[in-house]
Design a protein around this ligand. Structure first.
Ligand SMILES: Nc1ncnc2c1ncn2[C@@H]1O[C@H](COP(=O)(O)OP(=O)(O)OP(=O)(O)O)[C@@H](O)[C@H]1O
Ligand SMILES: [Mg+2]
Ligand SMILES: [Zn+2]
Length: 543
């Protein structure tokens, strides 16, 4: 499996689009009559076909088929170029990314150049509501007098955030959530084509869970199919239950890493997928309660799977007592109070912000007082990662986090069980397998260099110690190992090393030495943890 199913099943012609008949009809007619507008706004919930239809429009206006009614033909050179993502006159801008604003400015400078390949330049601006006021103004200038060869498609899940001045210049199309029956029909079709065995009641549950988003439904199918088992109702129920648990864990991890954006994503994704806000908040409280028990040394009372318990233990060591208590209070308020009543996400968002606040002040303290630490100006993220890795130390005796990898490595004379070239060739597929469920691990696997295979140990090089520490955790390693085993059919141990220059293992850096140093530092940091508690207490009195 090299490509996520939902990508593979992106509509390639108008007939492939499920639902959204009103949108498709209008656009098809416009193509046939050669009356395409210069600006469109596609509004609607996630995963309902906005980007897909925008790309179909880009294909259609540049399609080389003689008969306008057949465009996009999906066969001509231009259609194929769009499919393969190498059509120069299709420019996709993700307003949610940092570069969005610059891209819009850049767009204004370049827009007057004529198309290089096709007849029209198409600009798809995804998540357009995320643009800053400055970027909106820049966009507006362009929308006021678009050159004849330019077509804009603005896509958004939150059209109420788009300024009226921009709205008034676009032809607006509402994308609707897809009904369960249509999602089930699509899932059946995909399952059959992909030779995935699935029961009807399981597909119905998947479709319900997706609450109108076909992408979410297809992703769930993908996730279930990757188990390799027949997709039954009970398997689906189990996996869906774990998915919510996964959301909770990722949310807590985002707080630990000081990544508000990631935390918000987890919340919104869960709510979009049909989770109840207060129920989710309750689950976070339950999770944190277990973390608290472990932190207090009462881990024996916590009953859960070994995998989840391991995450809880990591979190129990990484957060201070004070931070855990504040987080529990914050999420408990979200679970019980009415304040989020009219806006389901609000209570959770407030709890997230409060939790981030509870942890970030603490990590600053750690930085000030840790001799090895970076200067104070550094963002909280790296410090909490380093601190968390280091603070694990006293709980266990200093052994390499990857367990058996340490001893294997010494047998360096052994021939590789699989060639580095083979691993490199499969790397994309390995990452694709990891991505849907563990985007963070995928990101880590994207930031390392494949250095060598020694015996059955794959050596990954990292140029940043912070990134390396993130990867060098048993749970992350296990995820990567599983994916590697699935794609290559060999069980490789993984060893993470620091590289100075790309692709070079510095002869003097031994991973075990690094870890030992980090663990030693851990002993000191634990003392700081005490300080950290009193510091933040102090902070609360003043604030
Ligand atoms: N209406 C649809 N018809 C057919 N496939 C769809 C439809 N909507 C979504 N899909 C499936 O979901 C995938 C993602 O859809 P798409 O990217 O078009 O959604 P979107 O509305 O742009 O979502 P987002 O708001 O999250 O960007 C597609 O590749 C396709 O597999
Ligand atoms: Mg999209
Ligand atoms: Zn074509």
């Amino acid at each position: 499996m090299t490509q996520a199913l939902y990508r593979k099943w992106r509509p390639r012609t108008w007939d492939d689009v499920i639902g959204q008949e009103h949108v498709v009809r209008t656009l098809r007619n416009a193509i046939r009559a050669d009356r395409v507008m210069h600006a469109y706004l596609f509004a609607g919930p996630r995963g309902t076909g906005k980007t897909s239809v925008a790309r179909l429009l880009a294909k259609a206006v540049n399609c080389l088929a003689e008969d306008a009614a057949r465009r996009p033909c999906d066969e001509c050179a231009h259609c194929r170029a769009v499919n393969e993502g190498r059509f120069l006159d299709l420019i996709e801008i993700d307003a949610a990314s940092n570069t969005g604003v610059d891209d819009v400015r850049d767009l204004r400078d370049k827009i007057n150049f004529t198309p290089s390949q096709g007849q029209y330049k198409i600009y798809i601006i995804d998540e357009v509501h995320m643009l800053s006021t400055a970027a909106f103004n820049a966009l507006l200038k362009t929308l006021e007098e678009p050159p004849a060869h330019a077509i804009f498609v603005l896509a958004t899940t939150e059209s109420h955030k788009i300024p009226a001045t921009v709205l008034s210049r676009c032809q607006r199309h509402e994308f609707r959530r897809l009904p369960v029956s249509e999602i089930v029909a699509r899932l059946k079709h995909i399952a059959q084509a992909e030779a995935i065995e699935a029961d009807e009641d399981a597909l119905t549950l998947i479709a319900r869970q997706a609450t109108g988003s076909l992408r979410d439904a297809i992703s769930l199918l993908d996730q279930l199919a990757s188990t390799g088992e027949r997709i039954t109702l009970s398997l689906t129920q189990t996996v869906l239950g774990t998915t919510t648990q996964q959301t909770v864990i990722e949310l807590v991890q985002a707080i630990l890493d000081g990544r508000p954006q990631r935390g918000l994503e987890q919340i919104h994704h869960a709510l979009d997928a049909g989770a109840d806000a207060r129920a989710l908040a309750r689950q976070v409280v339950e999770y944190l309660r277990a973390v608290l028990l472990i932190h207090m040394g009462n881990g024996g009372q916590v009953e859960t799977t070994a995998e989840i318990k391991e995450r809880m233990e990591n979190h129990a060591h990484a957060f201070s007592l004070k931070a855990i208590l504040r987080m529990i209070r914050a999420f408990n308020a979200a679970a019980t109070e009415q304040r989020g009543g009219w806006h389901p996400a609000l209570g959770l968002e407030l709890a997230l912000v409060e939790s981030l606040d509870a942890t970030s002040s603490g990590s600053e303290t750690v930085m000030e007082e840790t001799p090895r630490s970076a200067p104070k100006a550094v963002a909280p993220q790296p410090s909490s990662a380093v601190a968390s890795a280091a603070r694990k130390a006293p709980a266990s005796k200093p052994s390499p986090p990857t367990g058996e990898a340490g001893s294997e490595v010494e047998r360096s004379g052994e021939p590789p069980v699989v060639s580095l070239e083979k691993v490199a060739a499969a790397w994309k597929s390995i990452r694709a397998l990891v991505r849907p469920q563990y985007p963070a691990v995928d990101g880590l696997l994207n930031s390392c260099t494949l250095l060598e295979v020694r015996g059955d140990v794959l050596v990954l090089g990292f140029s940043s110690p912070v990134v390396m520490e993130k990867m060098d955790k048993p749970e992350q390693i296990a995820i990567a190992r599983r994916a590697i085993a699935q794609v290559l059919g060999v069980d490789l141990n993984i060893r993470c090393v620091l590289t100075q220059n790309k692709g070079q293992i510095p002869p003097d850096v031994k991973r075990d030495g690094m870890v030992a140093a980090a663990l030693q530092a851990g002993g000191e940091i634990v003392d700081v943890q005490e300080t950290r508690v009193s510091r933040s207490q102090e902070g609360e009195q003043h604030g």
